[in-house]
Design a protein around this ligand. Sequence first.
Ligand SMILES: [Zn+2]
Length: 105
Amino acid sequence: MEQAEVIAHSYDWGDDGRDGLCITYTYEGIIYFAYAHVNTHYTPSYPYNKVRSVATHELGHSVGLDEMGTGFAVVMNYASNWRYDEWGVYTPQSDDIDGLYDLYY
Ligand SMILES: [Zn+2]
């Protein structure tokens, strides 16, 4: 399999504590399809770059990256109130990129 399809969109799925969500479909361990969602229940009150932080995080899942914990100033940190509000992260950081190299090279 040489390519996957990723659909990114935003909608309001309500007050469940999640400002983003990514659902991936895999075959033999390889992602072939992903939905990367931004929850507009929360994001209209966010600064522009915090919305980017949510979207970039979910797109990170769509290419196979997992969550990282609160101690890491990376876009794959699971909580936007840490990665953006604490550290201003909204683009892939070197540890995120290292994760991609581990997956694809
Ligand atoms: Zn996540």
